[in-house]
Design a protein around this ligand. Sequence first.
Ligand code: SAM
Length: 263
Amino acid sequence: MPYLFDNTADQTVERFAVLESRYDLFSQGQLGLTGLGPGWRCLEVGGGGGSLACWMGERVAPGGEVTVTDLEPRWAATRPRPATVRLLRHDIVRDPAPGDGFDLVHARLVLLHLPERLHVLDRLVKMLKPGGWLVLEEFDSSWTPVLAASDEVASALFERVHATVLRLLEQAGAEPVWGRQVLGAMMRAGLEEVAATTYAEAWQGGGEGIQFHRANVEQVAGQLAEAGIGPRELEQFWALLEDPAFVVNSYPLISARGRRPRQ
Ligand SMILES: C[S@@+](CC[C@H](N)C(=O)[O-])C[C@H]1O[C@@H](n2cnc3c(N)ncnc32)[C@H](O)[C@@H]1O
């Protein structure tokens, strides 16, 4: 099944820029909780723009290494990488494992898109060394309340367009609320010391975070038209994203971690 937000599209740059600027600091804090440090061998799955892989690459020096994979590595390839970081074109569903015995495996907003997410979760657990950490960070896309709007028409427009995007995601095999399922899935996969923290913030019209919705909606505009969201509604939607009176909650990112049993 094709990935809805195919990463060869122009909107990818904006999507990755928002993920990096709005979520990297939180993700770095969560990764730090595992003890990530010099000498660690790490796998970053579906690394996208590569910002977190490069940050991990700095942390594991000297002596460590980070393998960062993606179906479409062209975006990470344009970023200067520390010598500790190796970039691979790789499909986590179908290709042979890019290594094993990792101290840390991390994926942010990748399994959510994959119909085979439970199979991939099992694969990732097997790639860990005994005692190694898996950190999966995923959205609960259902909790994006409108926090401020000039009127109810504005809120209703956002909710209608957003609900249609979520339906398209589901039709493409994604699970928009995988974030709220991931901790339980990690427990069932046999991980220990499982814990999670959630991060969200307010995204105001005209600000950087809310441009995530621009990138996503623009990329699937053709499919939205087929689903009944016409050009006039889209024009109003673009105006909403620039209106400082409009504020919506960001997608909550649930960062879940757990360890492979030592035995
Ligand atoms: C929403 S982006 C997240 C990018 C990055 N992890 C981040 O949080 O900034 C999802 C990424 O997963 C990659 N991806 C999707 N399916 C994949 C697969 N089967 N194997 C490897 N990467 C995949 C996409 O190419 C894309 O870069």
